[in-house]
Design a binder for this molecule. Structure first.
Ligand SMILES: N[C@@H](CCC(=O)N[C@@H](CS)C(=O)NCC(=O)O)C(=O)O
Length: 293
């Protein structure tokens, strides 16, 4: 079996070398800021500091869905945080998220700013603030929160586990790839069974649970993550495919996926979002065409 079978862990681990792999430069065993840097603040009530990764996209989909419902208080500025360049370790960002990870939100609509970090907490905060995409009846609410927290607990096995060892680690370790491929396929099967019984993840209505799960597990089945669609045989999860295709038709999902995006087609990369018209301007600039929908 490939892997570091000769490695014997020392008594006490110390940080004496980069850990290798794609994100070696930003990994550290300590928290806190590395440099002084204030965060920019725009004109809207909500200030989002993020990047168009699956965790970032959860929140921009929610904000675009809220705006589509007519909640003007959900107007937001989305600022780009370049995690590959260490922006998450700036003093201003760390003050908003001591965990130094995107996404982070500041709600400036009240007398004092409110910070919210962790994408699941941000979805829940926004759902409660606007009374949307979270069922009020206690059974349906419990179902929605169960799936929301399922995503929060499951995705690290997909990203930090499977994605890391399949795509980013400096060597392919069969044991690690097998272990996490097994778990991710189990998770996809859980979701596929659920979506065989239920139109949306939490029941008959579209909720923050769908918004949390879609960028990860929808993205995986659509072939956007880690180049692993064939390896994981994602076509077998027909109910997840059906659900992901339906969500992809939603205009707010299309817009949310463009915000803070730094890869893909230029016409889909809205580095920063400060106004609803930014989407149309981007598409007009890059393609000469009209709306992204
Ligand atoms: N549990 C967190 C995870 C956030 C997260 O892992 N963010 C990544 C990008 S997707 C990040 O900022 N990484 C930068 C780093 O680890 O330094 C959430 O859901 O918000």
């Amino acid at each position: 079996m490939a892997g570091s079978s000769e490695y014997v862990p020392p008594k006490v681990w110390i940080w004496n070398k980069p850990n290798g792999g794609k994100f070696a430069d930003i990994n550290r065993p300590i928290s806190g800021p590395t440099h002084e840097k204030d965060l920019p603040v725009g004109h809207h009530p909500l200030q989002l500091y993020s990047l168009g990764t699956p965790n970032g996209v959860k929140v921009t989909i929610m904000l675009e869905e809220l705006l589509a419902l007519g909640h003007r208080g959900a107007e937001y500025d989305a600022w780009l945080v370049k995690i590959g360049e260490g922006d998450q370790f700036g003093s201003g960002f760390v003050a908003v998220n001591p965990n130094s990870k995107i996404p982070a939100l500041v709600d400036r609509s009240g007398s004092e700013p409110i910070r919210v970090f962790e994408s699941g907490a941000i979805l829940l905060y926004l759902a409660e603030k606007f009374g949307a995409f979270l069922p009020a009846e206690s059974g349906s609410r419990a179902e929605c929160l169960s799936w929301l927290f399922w995503q929060v607990g499951s995705a690290p096995y997909l990203g930090g586990g499977f994605g890391h060892f399949y795509a980013y680690a400096p060597e392919k370790i069969e044991y690690a790839i097998d272990r996490f491929a097994m778990e991710v396929k189990r998770q996809l099967d859980v979701l596929d069974h659920r979506l065989a019984q239920s139109h949306y993840v939490a029941g008959s209505s579209y909720t923050i649970a769908d918004m949390a799960i879609f960028p990860w597990y929808g993205g995986l089945t659509k072939g956007w993550l880690y180049g692993a669609a064939e390896f994981l045989n994602v076509q077998q999860y027909g109910n997840v495919q059906r659900w992901a295709d339906e969500l992809l038709e939603r205009p707010a999902v299309k817009r949310g996926r463009m915000v803070n995006r730094v890869y893909g087609e230029p016409s889909t990369q809205l580095y920063e979002r400060h106004d609803a018209a930014d989407f149309d301007k981007l598409v007009a600039q890059t393609t000469g065409a009209g709306s992204p929908e």
